[in-house]
Each structure stands twice: as C-alpha cells, then as structure tokens.
Design a protein around this ligand. Structure first.
Ligand code: ARG
Length: 465
C-alpha cells in the first residue's frame, strides 16, 4: 500500500502504479465540468438527506456533510477553491475537499451512489436551469417582436418569393412570421424539458444499489417530476442533450434567416431599415462602410451550434449500455451551445427595439415591383374571366407597363382595356398597395386588421406562460 502512487485517488485501492501524467491530463474533465459545481453540490445534499431518511447516515453526520458542502460552495464562489487535475473531475474534487474538511464522515457521502448517476443528475439539473433561462429570453424576444409588429402593422413593403417582388405585404405581418418560428421553438424547448426533468439518482453505477434508498425522495428534493425507470438507461441516456441541441440548431437556423433579412435590408440596394451605429462596425480600409456585424455573427454561429448537434449524435452512436467514458465528451458541446444561444438571443433582444423601418423606401419598392399584378388577375376573375386567361391578360399588361416604365396603376383605363374589355374604372381600387393588402383579410392574411388580431392573440399566449 505504501508503494501505491495513486494513494490520493479516490479509486486508488486496486492500483499499483501511478497514472501516466499524459493520461491524467487526457482523461480529466475538471477543466470544463467545474461549471457543474452548484448542481453537483445540490445533488450531494439531496443524496445525504436521503441517506439520513433511510437510516444510513445519522443526523450529526448529515449536518456535517451539508455544512461542509455549503462551505465548499462558498469557497468556489469566492474563487478560493483549488481545483486539481489529479482529482479528475468536479465530483471527485468536491468529494475530496469534503473529506479534507470533515474527515471520515466525508467518505460516507458516496454510499449507494456512483459518479455515473451523479454526473447524469448534474447534467439534467444544469440543462433544466439553462432551459428556463433560454425560455424566458425567447419570451422576451417574442414580446419585442410584437411591439415592433404593432408599430408596423400598416407599413407596406414588398413580399418576396425567390427573392423577387411577389405581392405587397405589411411589415408587421413579416415580423409576425418571425414570431411564429419562435413560438414553435419555445414549444420544442418545453417539450424537451419534460424529458429532462427526471431523476437518474439511485441508478448508481448501472444496476441500482443494495442499500434501501428512496429515489422518490431525492427526485422531489431536486425538483424532478419523478425518478427515471431503468437504471441502465438512466446512467447512459444523453437523449436530453441531443434534444436540446436539436432545439438550439433549429432556433439558430431561424435566427440566421432573420439575420439574412436584416443584412439584406440594411444594404444600399434594399435600404429598408436602419440599424443604429452601436450594432454595426466599420471597415479598416473602406471609410464609407457600416457593416451589420451583429446579425452576420448570429448567422455564422448557426454553423457552430448545428455542429454541436452532429457531435452529440455521433458521440452516442453505437455506444453499448451502460455508462462509457465517451459520455464525458457531451459537456463542452452542450456548454458552448447554451452560451451561444443565450448570447444570440440577447443580441436580438437588444437590437430589434433599435431598428427603424424606412417606410417610404419599403413602399417605393413594393410599388416598383408590379406587386399588385395578382390583384389585377383576381379582379378579372371576379368579373367572370377564367383564372388562366386572366393570368395571360395580366402578363401582357405587365410587359406593356415595363415597356412604358410605369406601374400597372399608372396605365390609363383605355390602355388597360386594350388587354381585356372586362376591365372597368373600378379597377384602380384593386391596383393600389393598400387595396391589395386590405383584400387579404382572413385569418393568417397580411391585412393590417388581421395583423392586429394576430398580435392580440399572441399577447394572450405570452401572458399565459
Ligand atoms: N467525468 C465523468 C463524466 O463526465 C464522470 C463520470 C465518470 N464515471 C466513470 N465511471 N469513470 O462522464
């Protein structure tokens, strides 16, 4: 025993030579998993109280353990805790520190538990906390969108398909499309939370434990809905981090689409919005430049988050039951994607209220793009012309208007009647931008009345969260 160089390791008993220095560094996770210290301490306190409840620890021992852990929590928070790579991970660092502080009683904490169920518990507690933070950031962004949509409910802009001017829409309607994407993201996140919020504690290494533990008690102490149901699955399941990463990838995919539009709209060619200077940066060579770096960076971060989803899926692929050390590799992708998602949401919550719509430019663009051509076709259909014939008539009218360098609404009645004798002088109401958007007056349509209804509905939805 005296020759045992691993004597300091919590698992040193069966070893006869010290761990290779490289292997020690290679296998250690404390450099990144120390981030889990709050959850690790909370999990240990719940476990100790359970051991007291079932008679494995006495009151004095439990008190010693709990106050020792609280002291360690303080030391970590104040930056006075010394993390050791030789102690491998957050779990063994804290446990060793506890034994240093309170002596032999500290060694009783790990009764009926393994690092395998401990780390699974820590990860679920961490992910649950972060889900709640991310959920409120999404709600804040959605409510910011509602405010902006309300302000821009009547603002006319061109709607695009294939990035070609298609039909006039309202800017409020466009913003509400973003809102809907976020609404689905929120739903996916809440759905993921249900499967996160289960307690693996008590699964021990893989098979459960021979001590008379009370898993319902630890589950409820930690705010979990229930214990997980199979010990092998409990220590090896990382579906919940994959679900979080899938949610995050889709959220960022949506945000990359918002970003792409903001980038286009701030360009001189569109010039639809103004992004205040504080959200832009300049160029070191071209003095005239004002670059929309914030949306560009959010667009770029999408790749990184989706990369983490792929890492996690491949991490879990082909792993046999139950716990494998591979699982230690789940942490860095999850931590990074959580940080990235929170930053991107914060960027948008700050930036969106600061953008201003250049309403005149939006209107001009809608006017120039023959955006009301469909309205002329619909007008003809209402006068009894078959849709395909109407389509043909309008196509010819647009070609003529392009030749004349005019909008459809700027052609004379005689010129229009040259294409179809079903056209009468009421046609012009249908060719205005307002006429066009107001006509799309049904649930889900772009008419300002409908946009306001959608906003009111959404506000009620957010209030109920
Ligand atoms: N650091 C490890 C992890 O993150 C903790 C669990 C280690 N378990 C083990 N049997 N080696 O997964």
């Amino acid at each position: 025993m005296s020759n045992n160089k691993n004597i300091d390791k919590l698992w040193g008993g069966r070893f006869s030579e010290a761990t290779d220095a490289f292997v020690e560094r290679f296998t250690a996770s404390v450099g990144f998993d120390k981030r889990l210290y709050q959850h690790d301490i909370n999990g240990s306190i719940a476990h100790a109280k359970m051991l007291l409840k079932v008679g494995i620890l006495n009151t004095e021992e439990t008190d010693q353990i709990v106050s020792g852990l609280e002291l360690i929590r303080q030391e970590i928070e104040q930056g006075d805790f010394e993390w050791s790579v030789a102690l491998e991970d957050v779990h063994m660092n804290i446990e060793a520190a506890l034994t240093n502080k309170i002596g032999i009683t500290g060694k009783k904490l790990h009764t009926g538990r393994s690092r395998n169920d401990q780390v699974a518990t820590d990860m679920r507690l961490y992910v649950r906390d972060e889900i709640d933070t991310i959920a409120s950031a999404i709600t804040q962004l959605q409510s910011t969108l509602l405010d902006l949509a309300e302000k821009e409910a009547d603002t006319i802009m061109p709607g695009f398909t294939h990035l070609q001017t298609a039909q006039p829409i309202t800017f409020g309607h466009h913003l509400m499309a973003w809102y809907e994407m976020l609404e689905r993201d929120y739903g996916r996140l809440m759905d993921c939370r249900k499967r996160v919020n289960l307690s693996p504690l008590g699964a021990a290494a893989l098979a459960g434990t021979s001590y008379p533990i009370d898993r319902e008690f630890t589950a409820s102490q930690l705010g979990f809905d229930a214990p997980t149901r199979n010990s092998l699955d409990s220590v090896s399941d990382r579906d919940f981090v994959i679900e979080l990463a899938a949610f995050a990838s889709l959220l960022l995919t949506h945000m990359s689409r918002f970003s792409e539009e903001l980038v286009l709209w701030t360009s001189a060619h569109f010039d639809f919005i103004d992004l205040p200077d504080k959200f832009c940066t300049g160029s070191s060579i071209m003095p005239q430049k004002k670059n929309p770096d914030v949306p560009e960076l959010v667009r770029g971060k999408t790749g990184r988050v989706t990369g983490h989803l792929i890492s996690l899926l491949i991490l879990m692929k082909s792993q046999p039951l139950a716990y494998n050390k591979d699982n230690q590799e789940d942490k860095e992708p999850v931590f990074d994607l959580v940080d990235t998602v929170k930053d991107c949401l914060q960027a948008y919550c700050r930036m969106l209220p600061a953008i201003s719509a250049k309403r005149e430019n939006m209107r001009k663009a809608a006017f120039q793009g023959y955006a009301t051509a469909t309205d002329l076709a619909d007008y003809l259909v209402k006068k009894g012309v078959a849709f395909r014939d109407a389509h043909e008539v309008v196509g010819k009218s647009v070609a003529f208007a392009i030749e004349q360098n005019r909008d459809l609404s700027e052609l004379s009645l005689e010129q229009l009647q040259g294409f179809s004798d079903s056209i009468e002088d009421d046609v012009f109401e249908h060719l205005t931008l307002e006429g066009s958007v107001n006509a799309r007056n049904h649930c889900g349509g772009t008419a300002p009345v409908q946009v306001r209804k959608a906003i009111a509905y959404a506000r009620r939805e957010l209030e109920q969260r």
